[in-house]
Design a protein around this ligand. Structure first.
Ligand SMILES: Cc1cc2nc3c(=O)[nH]c(=O)nc-3n(C[C@H](O)[C@H](O)[C@H](O)COP(=O)(O)O)c2cc1C
Length: 366
C-alpha cells in the first residue's frame, strides 16, 4: 500500500502581530514571495534603499553560501505613495528568479530527512513541497523587507536592533558583544564580529561544504533603547512573543534569553541582576543575566537573546530515507544548490522578526 496524499487543505496566509499585522505569502518556486503589512501609521516615511540594503544582507554570500542567484528586488504593489505610508496596507512582492522545480521532484517519493517534506507530503497537496514550498527559507526575504519598515518605526523612538553570528559549528565567539559589534558584523560574510572569527567560521562552513555536508550556528540579537516596563505579561510578554516569532523562522531549534539554560547552574545571588542608580540618576542593572527582560517586560538593560539554527537539512551526502510509493527503505543524494550553513543568512531575518514583534508591541502601547 502506497501512502496517500491529503488534498483538502484550505489555503491561508500566516500572520504575526495585532496592530502592526504582518502576513506572509508565496512559495519558493512560485512567481514570487511577498507580504502584507497592515497598521503602519499614515505618513510614515518608508526608506526603500534601507529595505534593499537589508535584503542584500540576507542573500547568500559568495563562497560560503549557495551559488543560487537571489536578486530580491522588492516590488511595492500598494501602500506607499511618494515615499510615505499612504494609509493602505503595504503589499510587497519579491520575484523568485529560479522557478525550475525539477530537482525537487524526487522528494515527493523520497522525502528529505530534516526538511519538512515528510509531514508536508502527508498533509498538503503533493506539489506544494517543490523548492521547499511554503517551508522554504526563501519566504524570509519578505520578512526582511517588512522588518526594515518596522525597524524605522522603532528607530524613531530610539530603539535599535542588531544581530550577529555567535557561533558556527564549533567556532564560538566568546567575547561580550554590543551594538557596535553587531553593526560591524554587517561587513563580514559570516556575520561574525571580527575578521579573525569570520575566517574561522568561513573555514568551518567550507569544510562542511567539501564533505557535501552542512553546519549549524547561533545568532545573537541585541535590542537597546527599550524603556523600563516595555512589554506585557503572560501571552503578551516580550520574551514570549519574541520567542514565538523567532521559533517560526525555518531551521530555528532553540531560543534563549540572557544566560538562558546556563542560568540553571548559577545561584540566585549570582544570577539576579542588581539595580543601581547611575551618575545621571537612571536605574541600571549591574549585570544582564536575564537578557533585559523580567516579568515579560524590559528592565532597562539591553534585551539579549540567541537563536540556534540547525545544519541545513539538504545535503549532498548520501542519507537514509523511505520511498513513499514503494514503501521500501531508500537512499537519497540531494543535487542542487543549498547553503552549507543557514546561520549567517538568518542574522538579518532574526533582526527583522524582532523588529516586527517590537514595533507591534509598541503600536499596541505595551
Ligand atoms: C535563510 C534561510 C535559508 C535556508 N536555506 C535552506 C536551503 O538552502 N536548503 C535547505 O534544505 N533548507 C534551508 N533552510 C531551512 C529549511 O527551510 C527548514 O529547515 C525546513 O523548512 C524545515 O523546517 P524546520 O527546520 O524549522 O523544522 C533555510 C532557512 C532559512 C531561514
Amino acid at each position: 500500500m502506497a501512502y496517500s496524499y491529503c488534498t483538502n487543505r484550505r489555503p491561508q496566509m500566516y500572520t504575526l502581530g495585532k496592530k502592526l499585522r504582518f502576513s506572509l505569502f508565496g512559495k519558493s518556486h512560485a512567481p514570487c514571495v511577498g507580504c502584507i503589512l497592515e497598521g503602519v501609521p499614515q505618513g510614515t516615511p518608508i526608506d526603500l534603499d534601507a529595505m534593499a540594503a537589508e535584503l542584500a544582507l540576507r542573500r547568500p554570500s559568495k563562497g560560503i553560501g549557495t551559488d543560487r542567484v537571489e536578486k530580491d528586488l522588492p516590488r511595492i504593489v500598494c501602500g506607499i505613495t511618494d515615499g510615505k505610508a499612504d494609509g493602505n496596507p503595504i503589499i510587497i512582492e519579491i520575484d523568485n528568479g529560479n522557478v525550475d522545480d525539477s530537482k525537487y521532484l524526487p522528494f515527493i517519493e523520497t522525502p528529505r530527512p530534516g526538511h519538512a517534506d515528510l509531514p508536508a507530503l502527508l498533509d498538503l497537496p503533493k506539489f506544494d513541497i517543490t523548492g521547499g514550498g511554503q517551508f522554504s527559507g526563501r519566504l524570509t526575504a519578505a520578512i526582511v523587507a517588512a522588518g526594515s519598515i518596522a525597524r524605522k518605526l522603532l528607530e524613531a523612538e530610539g530603539i535599535q536592533i542588531g544581530a550577529f553570528c555567535r557561533s558556527i559549528g564549533d567556532v564560538e565567539d566568546t567575547e561580550d558583544r554590543g551594538m557596535t559589534d553587531a553593526r560591524n558584523s554587517r561587513k563580514l560574510p559570516t556575520r561574525a564580529c571580527t575578521e579573525e572569527l569570520d575566517s574561522a567560521m568561513s573555514e568551518c562552513i567550507l569544510a562542511a561544504r567539501k564533505d557535501a555536508d552542512s553546519v549549524g550556528g547561533v545568532v545573537e540579537c541585541i535590542v537597546t533603547g527599550l524603556p523600563i516596563g516595555f512589554g506585557g505579561i503572560w501571552y503578551e510578554a516580550l520574551d514570549a512573543e519574541l520567542a514565538r516569532a523567532v521559533f517560526a523562522i525555518p531551521a530555528c531549534k532553540g531560543v534563549e534569553f540572557g544566560k538562558g539554560f546556563g542560568i540553571t547552574r548559577m545561584r540566585g545571588s549570582e544570577s539576579n541582576d542588581a539595580y543601581r542608580f547611575d551618575s545621571d540618576g537612571k536605574i541600571v542593572t549591574k549585570t544582564n543575566n536575564m537578557g533585559g527582560i523580567v516579568g515579560g517586560m524590559a528592565d532597562g538593560a539591553p534585551v539579549v537573546f540567541r537563536a540556534a539554527f540547525k545544519p541545513t537539512p539538504s545535503i549532498g551526502a548520501k542519507q537514509e530515507t523511505v520511498n513513499l510509493k514503494t514503501c521500501q527503505n531508500a537512499e537519497l543524494e540531494i543535487k542542487g544548490r543549498h547553503d552549507p550553513c543557514i546561520a549567517p543568512r538568518a542574522v538579518s531575518v532574526v533582526e527583522a522578526v524582532a523588529a516586527l514583534v517590537l514595533a507591534d508591541q509598541m503600536e499596541r502601547g505595551l
